[in-house]
Design a binder for this molecule. Sequence first.
Ligand SMILES: Cc1cc2nc3c(=O)[nH]c(=O)nc-3n(C[C@H](O)[C@H](O)[C@H](O)COP(=O)(O)OP(=O)(O)OC[C@H]3O[C@@H](n4cnc5c(N)ncnc54)[C@H](O)[C@@H]3O)c2cc1C
Length: 398
Amino acid sequence: MFDAIVIGGGLSGAVFAHHFSKSGKVLILEKADRLGGAIHTVRPFGGAFFAELGAHTIYNSYLALIRIIDELFPASSVIANKSRGYLIKAGGSFYSIASQLSLWGLARGALRLPFCTKDAKSVREYYSIFGKNYERVILPALSAIICQDASEIAADIIMKRRSAKRTDYPRSFTLTGGISALIEKIAAQDNITVNLSTAAEKAIKTDNGYTVITSLGEEIRAERLVIAVDALEAAKLLEWAGDIPKILNSIPASNSRALLFAAKKVDYTFPLFGYIISRDGDFRGAVSRDQTADDEYRAAALHFLDGEDNIYDAFSKLKPLLQIAPEADIFTQTERFCLPRLFTGHVERMKKVEELLKGIKNLHLLGNYFGGLSMQDCAARAADEAERAINAKRGFNV
Ligand SMILES: Cc1cc2nc3c(=O)[nH]c(=O)nc-3n(C[C@H](O)[C@H](O)[C@H](O)COP(=O)(O)OP(=O)(O)OC[C@H]3O[C@@H](n4cnc5c(N)ncnc54)[C@H](O)[C@@H]3O)c2cc1C
């Protein structure tokens, strides 16, 4: 018998399970055949070399993640990212970011900045103060970072300033084995059971808890239910929860596709880089793995525009530009991702959801559509909810 069922084995579900497992038994139901969701480390050659198909960068301001890393990893597992250049691709050529910026626009924006707030403004409304830098650099960069057109996204939800930092960690870093190593270590702990390839199809509220019906036809019961999936899926599972599903259904989603390629260094000779932002419309961004050096291999993940289907064709066209030898043996893997589009007014909508949740006992709703898309936002909410669950279990009034 489990004390909590967690639906969704991405970062949000895993972080909740990590904390809650210290006081009870947790079952994670994950519909895919792997844990991690948007976190997907690939180890293409069977050795220590890894590359990220999904989320790639942890910062030393990600305190909720670092708290778990402190508990589960020795300091030697933390690998600092080397600082590598950011490039812009335009008209088929590559440029440094600095060369694409208008100093006049930057100076004018900097003067206006103290009088501007991000409150209730979209990215376009807020960052347009930087003149043509907005279209040339800021919008393509933000769109690449959040894998979707950023222009109408709430400005206060992306690029958050986080002043608290763990200065004993590198500014940005990964872990030995990649970011999925974090999820794997969490899942391997006592009190956590994982059922992969098992979707929750229905969640029913009963007098003394919840029953979840899975795609395998099982009926699993627990006192506590944690829903850590995307907003639309959560709405389906919560069809009985008053106005909550209506609000969740109003959060649009954006699909994107990624293609990871990895090759021997001799076969992929493009100069080392950190990130490429494309203004050419062929892909949004390329995240390099050059920030953590390897003697033998290199890799990068190309993130494509929503609905781009022929990503292998697009990759073939990019090969000469990326200086990939035509006859080289290249490892590739693709993945489809889905992220919420958090428009202005989103924070207020989620406050309403929080209010409604207070009336439903032992239910926790997590995910990247609450405080923001970043791993820190997801982990912070999951940690807070786990604390609330543990306090409730101990009989404290929460
Ligand atoms: C390509 C990409 C790059 C990113 N890069 C960064 C980065 O560098 N830094 C950063 O901070 N953030 C980054 N992010 C954002 C961040 O990684 C995500 O927002 C975060 O990991 C989401 O975690 P989650 O658990 O809330 O959701 P998800 O990762 O989406 O996990 C939800 C899980 O629920 C499962 N599921 C869905 N429905 C069901 C069901 N009915 N039953 C069972 N399981 C179900 C899904 O299969 C999935 O595994 C990136 C995101 C993407 C897509």
